[in-house]
Ligand binder design. Structure first.
Ligand SMILES: [Zn+2]
Length: 554
């Protein structure tokens, strides 16, 4: 539990005024948020009074009729007495029963929310549990993982191949929970009953498998660390399994791989990139954040997702993103995008987690940037640089990277490639690679297993770099314009300023004066410096994500 920033109105209308890259205002677009968006996206009073400590999700998954039935036992400590608890469960699933201390509790459906009436006084400091019984046919994803839901597929021998994916849409589309990122259970037990011949792979470690008389089996997976709600997952198939030990920063890390039998040989080759990924990211970010839970790569019937300690994989055992280099430089062909990108989220998403999806850049900008750091680790600094600059072709500058708070609304897809380039630009300003790596380590140590607001990460980077980065973050995260470095040379003098930018934008810049490196500090007002030579040729370092304009056009 962190804070209560609840604000609920029946209808919130945000007018999104868009400014084009050329500084022109485009027609504002209006997006209407509903009361349901606020219930889903804010810390309501019915959520704020209880602090989640433990979940035991115990379900039966039946591929034969695409149903899930079971219970979720929610254990929490009481922060304040309150009469009503908010539990999220999305239609068409239904809550069938709610109990506390053997007593049935009354409840009322309100769209995707259930209001549970507490029968007893909730005494502050006390640890209580509610058992929620639910079931039905959960939403089927039409486009996993971008549209949340369950995917019911078959492998090539006709056996069920089932998985959940729910980032954005929310975990409550397949199990009842507190579906807001601000609060995570300290640990979780996931018990999944599946038909004979199938295995369930969820998060954490396999504690036991219980075989039943009806030939079904229950797989009990225990997660020893806090876990965010969309990170929880089920993957059910006739899996083949292999494993290895990675000798890492914190000792021995067991890596387990679950793949369809038909892909076992391919996986044994492709998944060699998993320990390579671990070596690279432990170098850049510090120890893998979940040694207690191990690391897993699990084949899923969709592209992939960063499920905590159970990264799902469906990239077709090919390098690139479904075989395509996203940067267009050739470096993206050197690694399997899903293994590298999704696993980077163990540090940035699963260990350091956004509180509000409006700050999803904390996950995606760092994960995108991680791809170039992986390339740099194995192929050198120039290669990593080429990769990150290459991904600029994916930037749209359509909407700000930061979304809208309290209504479950994320920002532009630019949180990926633009976000990666913003971090690469920041590295240029820091201008000290050892220090930069130290900051990345510190970030992972100081926000280890924490839910954060994006502004905390901004403030931390300001503190650690000692730089005035407020206008920098406002420019790149909350505005869509690319700042333009405007300059002209007159005799031996260089005149320059920033334009097309937020007020006070003052990013230092590296330029080359007839090939010679020079660091300058432009602001929005013109400045001049004496170059000591006449008619020098000016070139802006392309590592900075900026535009430049020689005002004399020469
Ligand atoms: Zn991602």
């Amino acid at each position: 539990m962190k804070k209560n920033c609840f604000r609920l109105s029946a209808l919130i209308i945000f007018s999104l005024s868009i400014i084009s890259a050329s500084g022109q205002y485009l027609a504002p677009t209006t997006r209407v948020f509903t009361r349901q968006d606020s219930l889903r996206g804010s810390i309501t009073p019915e959520r704020a009074w209880w602090d989640l400590t433990y979940y035991h999700l115990d379900i039966v998954v039946k591929p034969s009729d695409s149903t899930i039935y079971g219970t979720n036992t929610v254990t929490y400590s009481v922060l304040k007495n309150a009469p009503v608890m908010q539990i999220d469960l999305q239609e068409p699933l239904k809550l069938l029963k709610a109990e506390q201390d053997g007593k049935s509790l009354g409840f009322k459906r309100d769209g995707n929310v259930y209001w549970i009436k507490m029968a007893e006084i909730q005494e502050p400091g006390k640890m209580n549990s509610v058992i929620l019984t639910y079931g039905g046919r959960p939403k089927i994803s039409t486009r996993p993982p971008w549209v949340g839901g369950i995917t019911w597929k078959k492998d090539s021998s006709g056996k069920p191949f089932v998985a959940s994916a729910c980032q954005g849409d929310g975990a409550s589309l397949w199990w009842p929970c507190k579906d807001h990122m601000y609060d995570e259970p300290d640990s979780m037990l996931i018990s999944v009953n599946v038909p004979a011949g199938l295995t369930d792979v969820s998060n954490g470690r396999l504690r036991s498998v219980v075989r039943h008389k009806d030939n079904t089996s229950t797989y009990n997976w225990f997660v020893a660390n806090p876990i965010n709600n969309y990170g929880v997952n089920i993957n059910i198939a006739d899996y083949a399994h292999f494993s290895e030990i990675f000798n890492g920063e914190k000792g021995k890390l067991d890596c387990n791989y679950y793949v369809l039998r038909e892909n076992l040989e391919k996986a044994k080759v492709q998944f060699r990139q998993a320990p390579m990924m671990l070596a690279a990211f432990e170098y850049w970010f510090g120890p893998y954040p979940f040694y207690e839970d191990g690391y897993k790569l699990v084949e899923a019937p969709y592209l992939g997702m960063e499920h905590q300690s159970s990264v799902t994989y469906g990239n077709g055992y090919k390098n690139g993103y479904r075989g395509v280099d996203q940067s267009g430089t050739g470096w993206g062909d050197k690694f399997d995008f899903i293994i590298i990108h999704e696993s980077a989220h163990e540090w940035f998403a699963n260990s350091i987690t956004y509180e509000d999806v409006a700050d999803m850049w904390v996950h995606e900008s760092f994960a995108n940037y991680s791809e170039s750091l992986y390339v740099e680790y194995y192929y050198g600094k120039e290669a990593g640089r080429e990769y990150v600059l290459g991904t600029r072709r994916n930037i749209r500058n359509d909407r700000p990277i930061v979304g809208i708070y309290n209504v479950n609304y994320s920002g532009s897809g630019d949180m990926y490639s633009k976000g990666g380039n913003v971090l690469h630009t920041l590295r240029q300003i820091v201008d000290d690679d050892a220090r930069w790596r130290e900051i990345l380590w510190d970030l992972n140590r100081d926000f280890y297993h924490q839910v954060v607001e994006g502004s905390q990460i901004e403030d931390y980077l300001i503190l650690k770099t000692g730089l005035d980065l407020k206008p920098f973050f406002n420019q790149y995260l909350r505005d869509i314009r690319i700042p333009v470095f405007e300059y002209f040379v007159k005799d031996s003098k260089l005149f320059f300023r920033w334009n097309n930018c937020v007020p006070g934008f003052n990013m230092p810049l590296r330029i080359y004066v007839s090939g010679e490196e020079k660091n300058i500090s432009p602001s929005t007002a013109f400045k001049s410096i004496d170059l000591g030579v006449k008619n020098a040729i000016i070139r802006v370092d392309p590592d900075y994500y900026v535009a430049n304009l020689n005002m004399t056009g020469t």
